[in-house]
Design a protein around this ligand. Structure first.
Ligand code: V47
Ligand code: SF4
Length: 373
């Protein structure tokens, strides 16, 4: 039996893949299409023919950041002309625009501004939630929550509880990057380390908050680092079950300190999606983030393990600052068409994967989507 046939048999029997299996799947001898067929089998076992999307918008209240991650084109120094901090009025205006466009979710992340206190970040959640209580606020990555620990000296639990009382709905998956210290200490030495990041998500899950998780690939990391990353996420999910969606994030080099590295190819994107689907057997959803992958690759990824395509997305800055050539936003019709063209059935979901029943900008949620994990 070949190594691939052994892995295939394990997947068919619903058995877990090992670290070595994962690393092997990255070797060039493994045919991408055969790998895709295997990942698609798992994808359909869990999510059938559905492909989920939501109607969402992004808010990055500041790009001023004390950290200097070498993959980041978004951050700015305080005195750089690019640096900005949004006022409460500008933030509320974004909330109003989101409601007018029928958004169910606002994704809020930004820089770690060394002159802003925790109260500023807390207040953003509070004013938006008070004004627009139906808008789900998916806000602040594990790295930001870790920064709030530095700012306040409080426990993770206290910070998350305060945020939740102000209106936080869930945590986005950013800031995970690559957990292995051999890579993390080079690309983002200041950031929360793997244990901190995982502990923040563990605590969020214990408090009943759901969250997402990510992996930034295609820079200096090796297959061993990627699989180590996936295995750590899988272990936390075994403990808590609180992750909803995994989003593999392809490195975009423009305007970063790693501008000499080429963006990963679409083939690498599809391979990473498929391997992630196979390794993360306990996470229900895999997102093909169209902003980052490009529309064609995101469509193809729906047959390589992905079941979610993110949303209409408005005001995205992190990828566009780093050279993404995708449009600034897609209409609902565009999103549905691209899913149908890929042979899948579009399902509008809210952030917590309830089906959305919509009449224009008016919407109600119905039952949670059924998943097979
Ligand atoms: O943590 C920053 C990444 C992340 C670059 O939870 C870059 O639904 C590639 O996490 N090239 C933020 N990646 C984005 C993120 C996300 C996106 C969409 C949906 C969700 C979700 C989460 O973006 C950062 C970092 O890993 N990033 N710069 C870059 N040049
Ligand atoms: Fe700051 Fe986030 Fe950019 Fe790192 S990735 S420099 S923490 S804004």
């Amino acid at each position: 039996m070949t190594k691939f046939a052994e892995i295939e048999a394990k997947v068919q029997a619903g058995e877990r893949l090992s670290f070595d299996d994962g690393v092997y799947l990255y070797s060039p001898e493994v045919d991408l299409n055969e790998l895709g067929v295997l990942a698609n089998m798992v994808r359909e076992r869990i999510n059938g023919n559905y492909a989920y999307y939501n109607i969402n918008t992004h808010l990055n209240p500041t790009n001023v950041c004390i950290y200097r991650c070498i993959f980041c084109a978004f951050r700015s120094d305080l005195k750089d002309p690019r640096g900005y901090v949004m006022s409460d009025e500008q933030i509320l205006e974004r909330g109003r625009e989101a409601m007018e466009n029928g958004c169910t979710e606002m994704h809020i992340v930004g820089g770690l501004h060394h002159q802003r206190k925790f109260d500023w970040y807390l207040n953003i959640v509070r004013i938006l939630h008070d004004a627009y209580p139906r808008l789900h606020l998916k806000a602040w990555t594990g790295v930001e929550i870790n920064w709030f620990q530095h700012l306040t000296g409080w426990s993770i639990e206290k910070i998350l509880t305060e945020l939740r009382e102000a209106g936080l709905g869930s945590l986005p998956g950013g800031g995970a990057e690559i957990f292995h210290p051999d890579v993390r200490d080079i690309i983002c030495e200041h950031k929360a380390d793997a244990e901190n990041w995982l502990d923040i998500h563990r605590t969020a899950h214990r408090l009943g908050l759901r969250s997402n998780c990510t992996m930034l690939y295609g820079h200096i990391e090796k297959p061993e680092h990627r699989i180590d990353h996936l295995v750590r996420l899988r272990a936390l999910q075994d403990e808590t079950g609180g992750f909803q969606t995994f989003i593999p994030l392809a490195f975009h080099p423009d305007n970063t300190k790693m501008a000499d590295i080429k963006k990963p190819s679409s083939l690498m994107d599809l391979r990473t999606m498929a391997i992630s689907r196979l390794m993360l057997d306990n996470i229900p959803h895999m997102k093909a983030y169209w902003i980052m992958l490009g529309i064609g690759t995101a469509q193809t990824a729906l047959a390589y393990g992905a079941d979610d395509i993110d949303g209409t997305v408005r005001h995205e800055l992190i990828y566009h600052d780093a050279g993404a050539e995708t449009p600034e936003a897609l209409s609902v019709e565009d999103i549905r068409n691209l899913i149908v063209e890929a042979g899948r059935e579009p399902v509008e979901r809210d952030t917590l994967y309830h089906r959305v029943v919509r009449d224009g900008t008016r919407w109600e949620t119905s039952e949670p989507v059924a998943v097979g994990v």
